[in-house]
Each structure stands twice: as C-alpha cells, then as structure tokens.
Write a protein that binds this ligand. Sequence first.
Ligand code: GLC
Length: 565
Amino acid sequence: MKLEQPARAWWKEAAVYQIYPRSFCDSNGDGVGDLPGILQKLDYLQQLGVDVLWLNPVYRSPGVDNGYDISDYRAIDPVFGTMEDFDRLLEEVHRRGMRLVMDLVVNHTSDRHPWFIESRQSRQSPRRDWYIWRDGVNGGPPNNWGANFGGSAWTQDEATGQYYLHLFAPQQPDLNWENPAVRDAVFEMMDFWFQKGIDGFRMDVISLISKGGFADGPLRPDGLYGDPSPQCANGPRVHEYLREMNRRVLSRYDCLTVGENAGNTPELACRYAGFETEELKMAFQFDLMDVDGGERDKWSARRCWKLADIKDVMTRWQTELEGKAWNALFWENHDQPRSVSRFGDAGSEENRVRSAKMLATCLFLMQGTPYIYQGEELGLVNRRFTCLEEIDDVQTRGNCADRLAHGARLADVMETVNYISREHARAPMPWSAAPQGGFTTGAPWIPLHPDYPFLNAEAQQADPDSVYHYYRKLLALRKSSMALLYGHYALQLPNSQQVYAYTRTLNGEQALVLCNFSGETAPCPLLRGRTEHPPALANYAGGPAEEALRPWECAVYLHQTGQSL
Ligand code: GLC
C-alpha cells in the first residue's frame, strides 16, 4: 500500500467532458452543431462539474470522416463558425475556470490539404516526401494492408501511377513523419494553438505515426486484408517523435495531453505517458473496449463480455501504472456505442438508470482521469437501425460494404451495426422535449434517438434521481476525497462473477466501491456490518439493505482504515 504523498496535478484531478461538436448544439438552424452552440451550454457543463472540455476536430475539413480529414489546421470549418467564435468560446471556458483541449490529427491530413495537393503533382514535387508513396507490385498495391475504413490501405494516383498510403479512408493520406519538415510543420501548428491559449491536445491515432516497414501483414479476422498494425502501431521511432514534440512544444505549456494509442499495453503506457518519460500525460487503452472484441474484432466477432475480463483488464492497468503513469478512464467516446446498451441494461427504464449510474461509479472512481462522452451523463442508449442507408459513418459503411461483398447476410451485418457502430454515439444531443430535442431548429444532420421526448437533459435536470444528478454527485465525491483521487487500488471479491468490488486507500482514508454488473441480486459479503451506515453514494435510495446488491446496484463507502473492511 502506497502511503507517500502523491504528486498532485490539475489534469489528474480533472474530469474531462468530450464534445462532438457536430452533434452537441446547433445555434443557427443548419442542422449541424457549432461553436456558438457549445457556448450556450457552458452553464450546463459547469453545473455538471466537469473541468476540461475536449472538442473533436473543428478545423477546416471536407468532412469525409467528420473532421478527421483536415484541409487547414489553422482555420475553423465554416460549419462550426469562425475563429472569432472559437476565441470567444475559449475565453468563456476560461472565465468559468474550465479548460479546453483540442483534437490533434496528424497521422494524416485530408487529400484536399495543400500539402497533399502539391505532393501528388509529380514525383519531383518538393512535398512528395511529405506523404508515403510506393510503386505497385505485380500490377496491384505495394502490400496487402487493409484500411481501417474498408478496402486497401493504398490508392493509386493517376498523376504518377504510384500508390499512397492511407490507414483510414482514401481521402486521409498518411503523413511521412520520417521527414523532419513534416515534424516542423506539425510542431509549429501546435504552437499556434497553444499561443491562442488552449490547454492541451487529445492526439488522434498517435501510436501510428512511425511506420516500421511495408511487408505484408497477417490476415485480419475478416480474412480480406492484411493487418498493418504489426508495422504501424507503436513503430520504431514513435517515442523519439513524441519526445521531440515534448521538448519543442509540450514542455513549454502547462497542458493536458492524451494519446489515442491503438495497441496500447500497460508497459507501453508507462513509456508513452510515464511520469518520467517526457512524452504525453496519458494514453488511452483499448483493452477494456476489447472485452467483447469491440476493438480488435469490431466487424466480425460474436459479442459477449464477462465481468472477469473487465476485472482483469482494469486491475492490470490500475496496478501496473501505479506510481509510473496515469490512467485515462472511459466507457464511451465518439467511436464507441453507448455503454448502457453494451455493458448495462437498456431494456427497461429502471435498469437503464441504475446501470448507467453503476457503470460511472465503477470506472470513474478508479485511479485516473475520467473522460465522459456527451450524453453519457444522461445514460443515453443505442438506437435500432434497419438498413445501411440510415448510417452516415464512413467506418461503418466501409466495413459493412466489405462484409456484404464477401457474402455476409444483411441481417448479420445489421446486428453488428446495432451493437457496435459509432453512429450510436453521434446522434445529436437531446436537450429537451422540444422538436428535434432542442438540438436544432432545422433538420438535424443525422436523426436524434427517437426517445428524446422523455430521455433528455431538461427532464433529467428537473429530476433529482436522474443519471445527470448522480454524475454531479459522483464527480463532486471524487474530488472531495484524496483516497478516490490518488489512493492505491485493490481488487476485492476477485471470484465474484456479478460484483466488481475494490478499495482505494491513502493515508488512513479508504473508499470501498461495490458494483453489481448483473440484473440479478448478488451476494456481497463486504456489506456485513455496513448496512446501517449510509453510503457516501448509492444508486438505490438509502443504499444496500442486506448483504447483497440488488440488480445493477452500486454503493460507495468512505471510512478510516482503522475501521475494519
Ligand atoms: C481516430 C478517431 C476516429 C477517426 C480516426 C481517423 O480513431 O477517434 O474518429 O475516424 O482516428 O482519424
């Protein structure tokens, strides 16, 4: 048990709220959320008790991948507003004592970025080497790699007959980080935003920026293409590049940085985000998203998770990072379905509310910085899609097209979509029961969840027992306790298949967190002698009544360690 004083930092104590601007709030009726829309909701966010806002990309972009294909890193896309709108938002966020973090998308640009337009002109172009160009092999692409959004990872370009690499859509060519001029340009651009006063970056697919070779990859589970990740994820120079970025830019600012690190492991996280390694502050892990095959096998696996796997993953990360690196905790983001539908129970209103509260309690009281995705604080759920025409998302469409072209049944494809597609998270925020949930006065760019007339922010703000108010209490409780912020994590009841129980302990203060991950009553011997003490937080009125947890029940007890567990 660690008893020394932790090194405190604002980014460790903060809770981050992720805003998907396109779907957050539309101020001008064009059906797309925008920066002035976010401005209107700052009071809501402040009342929730979050400290940092992370915005998905708002830079100028043709929008093939909703802003992850950037054509000008120093401009705001007109659909979101103007640079003046951005400056105003930043100022208002800071005035409220909150911070603003931007998305940094520098593994690739848009194919409409002037750098790529110049690069593709000829083999002699001064910017040719800013991207990754190769000759074809035997009349086909240079290797068997598949892109993340379906199809080959190589596209042949007419001007020269060579192929360029795109690990995502063909409109997202990969930058060549080997070229020092590319790094200079990226670092200068980052500095531009820091000079404006932003508080950090979430770094898109940052573990892919160093390519270690171009040999064929092992066939992916879909059997269609080779997997580029053995050579592209966590490549040979990635740490060198991040240390250079840190030395030249990040170390000059008091900022939050978090990498989106495909293929992350606790060992790698201790390098990417080690307290001593001078790269990033945090690195997302995807092991938790993989307990049902959600990352590695997204488009082909059978879905089924076990609590034992969730416990194993989280306990490993909590234990192996302790004292060395800081965890980034999330159930949801714009690339995942809704967590209540996936790990809780969206089948009844009672269980939706209970399980949403339980999931937040279980994860966000662990050691690390919580990342809450817009609408998660309302316990939003997936909707049902019946055909692919209802889907906007380039990833879902591309991968489903591949599966259908190789003989999959539409019904099976739709089942996967309804379970795992990132389209679920992207439905516009339901603010109220007004038409289109008060998200827009026009036609929304994609439909809202049909439940918005009763599942919305306004209704939950008016209901003291709502998921929203529970999140407020949860975030406040976390901040009030040094044990919850910095305490040593220890798993309890390791063999229970229903209950996730753990303690957090620091300097004589201990928190006990109990969570029932099932719709059945679950025995919980740790409740012995405890039922007459009110918990610090619980999702059933008055807290657990017996030595068992009711369906999806959770409770948090705080005490001094002199007291028995
Ligand atoms: C990341 C983003 C995702 C995007 C992809 C390509 O995974 O989170 O939304 O499509 O990178 O930039």
